[in-house]
Design a protein around this ligand. Sequence first.
Ligand SMILES: Cc1cc2nc3c(=O)[nH]c(=O)nc-3n(C[C@H](O)[C@H](O)[C@H](O)COP(=O)(O)O)c2cc1C
Length: 175
Amino acid sequence: MNNLNQTIRTILNRRSTRSFVRRPIKEEDLKLIVDCALHAPSGMGRQTWKFTVVENRARIRELSKAVGEELGREGYDMYAPEVLIIPSNLKESPFGMEDNACAMENIYLAAEALGIGCVWINQLRTICDVPKIRAILDAFHIPGDHVVYGLAALGYRDDAPLAPKERIGQVEYIK
Ligand SMILES: Cc1cc2nc3c(=O)[nH]c(=O)nc-3n(C[C@H](O)[C@H](O)[C@H](O)COP(=O)(O)O)c2cc1C
């Protein structure tokens, strides 16, 4: 893989990280990751998303705890990340889910390129409007007419990067 273009290498090497060390992520790296999210494609270029960056670990714990309580998962901590990037989008947007998935992939790849671990957290999507969850999202200034499909938990890995994972999706070339 040594002779591959760096972007392709980043895509092929990316893995989800679920164990983080306590080390702050540099503000400039976070800004770069968010900028990459903002550069994701969006349906009709509408960009109706918002990206909320939560750098306060107590507030991350508060959200994780509320999600865990709601889902009956005691001790749920979203893997205790250093930072959350929470993409949200208009509930009524016809492209919101796809747009935010594109942004999430850019976040994953930008983090990988910067040596930062990332994992997709899917738990919020069905419980955004549960009052105690929405109250926390309100406190993060996430608009009330937005839904969170998935969010990114970020931090430096506390172990070596994972080996590539076997990819089993079907592919067929028709010529
Ligand atoms: C839509 C979606 C939802 C996901 N939700 C979670 C999640 O809630 N928790 C988690 O640990 N990983 C989650 N993941 C990460 C996947 O488990 C992971 O991407 C997959 O196992 C492949 O591993 P890799 O990312 O290391 O290549 C999610 C990924 C996607 C695309």
